[in-house]
Design a protein around this ligand. Structure first.
Ligand SMILES: Cc1cc2nc3c(=O)[nH]c(=O)nc-3n(C[C@H](O)[C@H](O)[C@H](O)COP(=O)(O)OP(=O)(O)OC[C@H]3O[C@@H](n4cnc5c(N)ncnc54)[C@H](O)[C@@H]3O)c2cc1C
Ligand SMILES: NC(=O)c1ccc[n+]([C@@H]2O[C@H](COP(=O)([O-])OP(=O)(O)OC[C@H]3O[C@@H](n4cnc5c(N)ncnc54)[C@H](O)[C@@H]3O)[C@@H](O)[C@H]2O)c1
Length: 449
């Protein structure tokens, strides 16, 4: 016999959790369905452990760069202990109990959609007025000959490892590659980063890739650009990667940060009317609607695969179900890579603006030449800010920043882009002295409009 609910949420990562919590709070009868751990990739294998293990080395770097303080060292055993606490020792029983207490029905099984409003999870048949698809994404590993012979890791092994290896090859030079290289290099590993693009983080403005390259190289990472992993083989204890430029690299592990794909295959979403795009993503409208009483949120939609976007779409879908629909907009949403220092961006790149036919004006500021905060913060200060404006509308349309805490101070640009604040209003903004925020004033002053 089937059980009936107002809403069934398939997948309880950050997107599913936000949607479910909002609906439960509004009094809906909700079934939450999760095949692994409530909290999803982010909580156990991605955002949370990666940011936790990046922090000790960041703090050590701060100590080393601040005048008048010394003696900070990283300690892997203590870092691992805190990481394990942060990832709840891969145990979600408190989360299950929490949803139970709130009156939701928790189903720890893989959900399969059999028809509109119909789901099978193990031997349970569920019907629901609304289905929210929040099944996330899974790593893409390139088909490399011999890969089964080597020790190949994804983010899962990397961010739950008990022991650190001594040498790692990382394939992929985007967010996962840069963060993982930063983490491992700071813990003393010999790290080689292999990237097929000619710049790291090559979806951002080229200047970002250049600066990130310099900082990462300073941490001792051996960066190989414009080359792909072609073959793999084992040589005794070593995992060896042969690159298509004819060179090879040996290491204890090979870590793949080569992208992710929406998790839609074989889950029956089309039976409820979902349409899949060319990358397998569930297509949605501005209300995260994927069909009649069918919704999709988070990485499975392929729209900006970040936790904050999954959570935003969770609010959008839940509000639409609750009869208070408002359209999602994705302008100005920040993109932060937690390197050393942090790398942040929001809005359009120059290339994207050109593709849209926008006449732009851009500027770049070296913070150490313009404001005081980098100097009071650290010796040999770091920090750059790039701004991109629409020369006709006289509003900010893009920004990037690299420097300590850039993931925090990018939010001024993020809001300005989202709210389409005029350059004049931004110029009139008064930032606290001495802060990194003062960089905006200095950069805007030199923007030619
Ligand atoms: C190494 C790494 C670091 C990252 N760091 C950041 C960061 O710092 N900040 C940031 O914003 N983003 C970060 N991301 C991206 C972030 O992890 C994702 O954008 C986010 O997890 C997406 O949330 P989601 O709810 O869509 O899916 P997920 O977190 O993937 O959760 C989906 C859930 O659905 C479950 N599921 C799947 N299929 C079924 C099924 N059929 N039935 C039941 N359950 C199912 C899965 O088990 C999973 O728990 C990082 C990613 C990686 C790989
Ligand atoms: N701080 C954050 O918000 C954060 C951190 C980590 C990951 N993420 C998210 O997680 C997802 C996955 O990140 P990612 O870095 O794995 O994916 P990605 O798709 O951003 O980048 C993968 C990179 O690997 C390269 N690549 C692919 N195959 C290769 C090969 N055979 N040889 C060499 N290079 C190859 C690609 O050219 C690409 O640049 C992204 O959506 C990202 O936004 C976010």
């Amino acid at each position: 016999m089937s059980e009936h609910f107002d809403v069934a949420v398939l997948g309880m990562g950050p997107g599913g959790e936000v949607a479910a919590s909002r609906l439960i709070k509004a009094g809906k009868k909700v079934a939450v369905m999760e095949r692994e751990l409530i909290g999803g990739e982010c909580a156990y294998w991605a955002c949370i452990p990666s940011k936790t293990v990046l922090r000790p080395a960041e703090a050590r770097a701060e100590v080393r760069k601040a005048a008048g303080v010394s003696g900070a060292e990283v300690d892997w055993d203590a870092t691992r202990e805190y990481r394990d606490y942060m990832i709840r020792n891969l145990d979600d029983s408190a989360q299950v109990a929490g949803y139970d207490r709130q009156g939701a029905t928790v189903i720890k099984d893989e959900a399969y959609v059999t028809g509109p409003g119909r789901i099978q999870a193990g031997d349970r048949e569920i019907t629901a007025e609304h289905i929210i698809i929040a099944t996330g994404s899974e790593p893409v590993i390139p088909p490399i000959e011999g890969i089964e012979e080597i020790t190949a890791w994804t983010n899962r092994e990397t961010y739950t490892t008990h022991d650190l290896p001594q040498r790692a090859v990382i394939v992929g030079g985007s967010a996962v590659g840069v963060e993982t290289a930063t983490f491992l290099a700071h813990f003393g590993l010999q790290v080689t980063l292999v990237h097929r693009g000619d710049l790291l983080l090559n979806r951002e403005d080229p200047r970002v890739g250049e600066l990130v390259h310099d900082y990462l190289a300073q941490t001792g990472v051996d960066i190989r650009l414009s080359t792909s992993a072609a073959k793999a083989r084992r040589d005794g204890e070593d995992s060896v990667i042969e690159l298509d430029d004819g060179t090879e690299v040996a290491a204890d592990v090979v870590i793949f940060g080569t992208g992710r794909k929406p998790r839609t295959q074989g889950l029956g979403f089309e039976h409820a009317g979902a349409q899949l795009g060319e990358h397998g993503q569930v297509l949605i409208d501005e209300h995260a609607r994927a069909g009649e009483n069918l919704w999709a949120i988070g990485d499975v939609t392929g729209v900006m695969p970040f936790t904050h976007v999954a959570k935003y779409q969770g609010r959008i879908a839940a509000d639409a179900i609750l009869g208070r629909a408002h359209a999602a907009t994705y302008d100005g949403i920040p993109r932060v890579v937690f390197g050393d220092p942090e790398i942040a961006a929001a809005g359009l790149t120059q290339q994207q603006a050109a593709q849209r036919g926008i006449r732009t004006t851009a500027t770049e500021l070296d913070l150490s030449n313009a404001i005081a905060r980098p100097w009071t913060y650290e010796q040999d200060p770091r920090g750059h800010l790039g701004l991109l404006a629409d020369a006709e509308r006289k509003v900010l349309i893009g920004a990037w920043a690299i420097g300590p805490q850039a993931g925090e101070w990018i939010h001024q640009a993020s809001l300005a882009i989202r709210a389409q604040l005029s350059l004049q209003t931004l110029l009139d903004q008064v930032a606290q002295f001495p802060t990194y925020h003062e960089a905006y004033q200095a950069a805007l002053e030199q923007l030619e409009v």
